[in-house]
Design a protein around this ligand. Structure first.
Ligand code: CO
Length: 211
């Protein structure tokens, strides 16, 4: 680090603006994808970036990030080609991770015919990666910590993004949710089943600059 103030700044209390909920995949590290220094983003990662309402880790991270750090944005970020999502679309149910992936498996089974009509396995996986992000943003929006922040007037925006490690780009899938009213007006994520995002649109690199 050439910046002589860097470690002085880092030794002070952190004050990140962003909470990142992302996949454990070793290639999708929040600071690198966002192009941000240490100190800028609080991070929670798990397999396939799923928000379970009984996940004590997620709940504690959300509470600390929102109530104490007062982050302004919560970003659920998935990635194309996710191995967890690929497994959820397969047949093997022999590992603990299959319990973890259950919401994705359920969504897949309900719409199996639509997924089967997509061109190949990669297309099915990538489409589910998108739908999963959209579903998890909605799930985060229903967690009481988030609702309570909105109820007391705290500014908090939820975002749904997906990262393409094949092109290094972030795509804003939405939904962006800033209130309970917006959340309640949204259609279910399932409404987009069978309609993958047009990869040529909505691209932004190091999307933080757009805030
Ligand atoms: Co993944």
């Amino acid at each position: 680090r050439d910046d002589p103030t860097f470690f002085v700044r880092m030794a002070e209390q952190q004050s990140p603006q962003y909470l990142w909920i992302g996949c454990s995949d070793s290639r999708v590290t929040a600071n690198d994808v966002l192009g941000l220094d240490p100190g800028a983003v609080f991070v929670q990662r798990n397999i396939a970036n799923i928000a379970h309402s009984n996940d004590m880790n997620l709940l504690a991270v959300l509470e600390f990030a929102i109530d104490i750090l007062k982050v302004r944005h919560v970003i659920v970020c998935g990635h194309y080609g996710c191995g967890g999502i690929r497994r959820a679309l397969g047949e093997d149910r022999s590992a603990l991770v299959d319990h973890w992936l259950q919401p994705v498996v359920t969504l897949y089974r309900r719409h199996r015919a639509v997924f089967d009509a997509l061109p190949d396995e990669n297309a099915r996986v990538d489409h589910m990666c998108e739908l999963n992000v959209e579903m998890q943003v909605r799930r985060v929006a229903s967690i009481p910590t988030v609702e309570n922040a909105w109820a007391r007037g705290q500014m908090l925006d939820l975002h749904g993004w997906i990262y393409g490690m094949h092109d290094g780009l972030l795509r804003d899938l939405g939904p962006t949710i800033s209130s309970m009213e917006q959340r309640d007006a949204l259609p279910a994520a399932e409404d987009r089943v069978g309609r993958p995002v047009d990869a040529s649109t909505g691209i932004r690199r190091h999307a933080i600059a757009a805030f």
